[in-house]
Design a protein around this ligand. Structure first.
Ligand code: FPP
Length: 246
C-alpha cells in the first residue's frame, strides 16, 4: 500500500487519531427490508474500507466503537450475530492486518465478551503486535463512564496505599489510568447516521476533538466521504481554548 494523498489534503495537517462512532447499520437494513444483521455485515465492509484508507494516508491511530456496554441489552440473536461477525472479521483479516502493518488493540470490558471471541481477539492482538503503520483500537463492550470509574478506583487504591498523594493527581495521571493510555487523544471524532451525541464514547479523551456528524449510514460510508471530512477538518482552526496569534 503506497501512500497516495488525494487532492486538497495536506500530509502535515492530517489528524494523528481518528475515531468513529459507526452508527446506522440497523436503519440501513430496515430501508431495504433486510434484517439488522445484514446491516452489520455491510458495516464490516465499511470497517475494512476505513482502515485501508487511514493506513494508506498514514494516519497512525484509528479507533472504532464496535460494541457499547449498552449494546448487551439488544436481542440475544443480534448480540450473538455481532460477536460472530467480529470473530470472523478477526480471523479473515489477520493476514491482511499483519501484511499492512496494523497493530490491533482493544478497549472495553473485555471479560464480558464470550470466551471464544476474547480468545480470538487476544490472539490477533498478539499476532499483530509488531504492526508499525497504524494502531486499530476496537472499543468492545466499551463505555466511557465505566472506564472512568475503573480509573478512579485504580487511583484511589494508589492513594490508599500511599503510592500517590491526592495532590499529585493531575490530568496526566487520569489519562494514564484510562484504557487508552499510550494512545493520543482523538483529533477527530466522526459519527454516522445523523445522531448528534457521543453515546458514552471517549468522553475524557475527546475534550478537544473536532466532532463531525454525517447523515450517511455506516454501511454507506465511503472513502470519498472520509476524504471530504478530512478536508473540512484541515480547514478548521483548533484553538484548544486559546486565542491564536494573528
Ligand atoms: C450501530 O448501528 C452499530 C453497531 C452497534 C455495531 C457496529 C458493528 C459493525 C460496524 C460491524 C462489525 C465490526 C467490526 C469491527 C468488524 P445500529 O445497529 O445501532 O444501527 P441503528 O441505529 O440504525 O439501529
Amino acid at each position: 500500500m503506497d501512500s497516495i494523498l488525494p487532492e486538497g489534503l495536506v500530509a502535515e495537517a492530517l489528524p494523528t487519531h481518528v475515531a468513529f462512532i459507526m452508527d446506522g447499520n440497523g436503519r440501513w437494513a430496515k430501508k431495504r427490508v433486510m434484517n439488522r444483521v445484514t446491516g452489520h455485515e455491510k458495516g464490516a465492509r465499511s470497517v475494512r474500507q476505513v482502515l485501508e484508507t487511514a493506513t494508506q494516508l498514514g494516519i497512525p491511530y484509528l479507533t472504532l466503537y464496535a460494541f457499547s456496554t449498552e449494546n448487551w441489552q439488544r436481542p440475544k440473536k443480534e448480540v450473538d450475530a455481532l460477536m460472530g461477525l467480529l470473530t470472523r472479521f478477526l480471523k479473515n483479516e489477520k493476514a491482511n492486518l499483519v501484511k499492512n502493518g496494523v497493530r490491533l488493540h482493544a478497549i472495553g470490558e473485555l471479560d464480558r465478551l464470550p470466551k471464544d471471541v476474547k480468545k480470538t481477539l487476544l490472539a490477533t492482538m498478539e499476532e499483530t503486535r509488531e504492526g508499525d503503520r497504524i494502531t486499530l483500537t476496537l472499543a468492545l463492550s466499551y463505555g466511557s463512564r465505566s472506564e472512568m470509574v475503573e480509573a478512579i478506583r485504580a487511583i484511589s487504591e494508589k492513594v490508599a496505599s500511599g503510592e500517590v498523594s491526592p495532590s499529585a493527581i493531575d490530568e496526566a495521571l487520569v489519562s494514564q489510568s484510562l484504557q487508552t493510555r499510550g494512545i493520543p487523544d482523538p483529533d477527530l471524532v466522526v459519527r454516522t447516521s445523523g445522531e448528534m451525541r457521543l453515546s458514552n464514547f471517549l468522553l475524557w479523551q475527546s475534550a478537544y476533538s473536532e466532532i463531525f456528524f454525517t447523515d450517511t449510514l455506516w454501511p454507506d460510508f465511503s472513502e470519498e466521504e472520509f476524504y471530504s471530512i478530512l478536508r473540512e477538518f484541515q480547514g478548521r482552526e483548533r484553538r484548544f481554548g486559546k486565542v491564536l496569534e494573528p
